[in-house]
Design a protein around this ligand. Structure first.
Ligand code: HH2
Length: 266
């Protein structure tokens, strides 16, 4: 899953693809590098990011999705927590809703997924983006994230979403310390055991920089690859990344080594 951020303020590529032409060009490049999915987002979720109005978010993502959604190209996913943005994105050609709030911020999202038959990725986050990194605490991060994802999956099913269309994501970096992120990756098999495809998004995140003496976003690709290979080995099948070519190569080698196909399990 390649990231296409149509935002001025995303943590690692904010402002680079705010213009629709630049975002489309970037998406096509990631598709050429082997992305099976393009995740288009119009609002940053980093701590302290400015909230974006529904109109503005739609205005950013819809023209990009319209041009990227082709029958032969990658699937398009819309990274949003707002039902009106998700609806417009699905009408423009997206087929997957990536909701970092797991249908908590806009419960109508579940009904939308049920009605349209869209796939959905439900992600764990502690609270909300503004405050999630203020002293996050868990008794056992893996059990708590797992219980949260099971509860959100049950909610989605109760709203009529087809279980076969639901993916789950432990939400690396969303209300987690370095140690919480590492524990989730170490014990990712426990999240995989829920029985739905697992997505991981470690790409360029700050814990990777902290572990190697403070690397900037652009220098976190080796750490991203290390975590993705380990996550693959523990059963993850979708990898949300900014650098598709390099991650795809690493995962192809990992997949050949353990003889398991990569990224096409759902
Ligand atoms: N991480 C980000 C955004 N969306 N979605 C899923 N399912 N999993 C993730 O880990 C995830 C996500 C944050 O990364 P990015 O889009 O690069 O930054 P920003 O939120 O600042 O736009």
């Amino acid at each position: 899953m390649g990231v296409v951020n149509v935002t001025p303020d995303s943590f690692s590529d904010g402002g680079l693809f705010l213009d629709a032409d630049a975002a489309v060009e970037h998406g096509l490049r990631l598709a050429g590098e082997g992305a099976d999915i393009l995740d288009v987002g119009g609002e940053s979720t980093r701590p302290g990011a400015e909230p974006v109005s529904e109109d503005e978010e739609r205005r950013r993502v819809v023209p990009v999705i319209e041009r990227l959604a082709t029958r032969r190209g990658p699937r398009i996913s819309i990274d949003t927590t707002k039902v009106s943005v998700a609806r417009a994105a699905l009408e423009a050609g997206a087929t997957l809703v990536n909701d970092v709030s797991a249908f908590r911020f806009d419960p109508g999202m579940a009904a939308l997924a049920a009605e349209t038959g869209a796939g959905c990725c439900l992600m764990h986050m502690l609270g909300e983006p503004r405050t999630m990194q203020e002293d996050p605490r868990y008794d056992d991060v893996v059990s708590e994230v797992k219980a949260f994802l099971e509860e959100r999956l049950a909610f989605a099913l109760s709203e009529g979403v087809d279980e076969e269309r639901v993916w789950l994501d432990p939400g690396i970096g969303f209300g987690k310390t370095v140690e919480h992120n590492l524990e989730l990756l170490r014990r990712l098999d426990e999240i995989v055991a829920i029985g739905r495809p697992v997505v991981v998004g470690t790409s360029r995140k700050s814990f990777l920089g902290k572990l190697v003496g403070g690397r900037d976003e652009g220098e976190r690709l080796p750490g991203t690859i290390a975590t993705n290979v380990l996550a693959f080995e523990r059963g993850a099948i979708v990898f949300r990344v900014h650098d598709v070519a390099q991650n795809a190569d690493a995962l192809a080698v990992a997949a050949a080594t353990v003889s398991r196909d990569v990224g096409r399990g759902a």
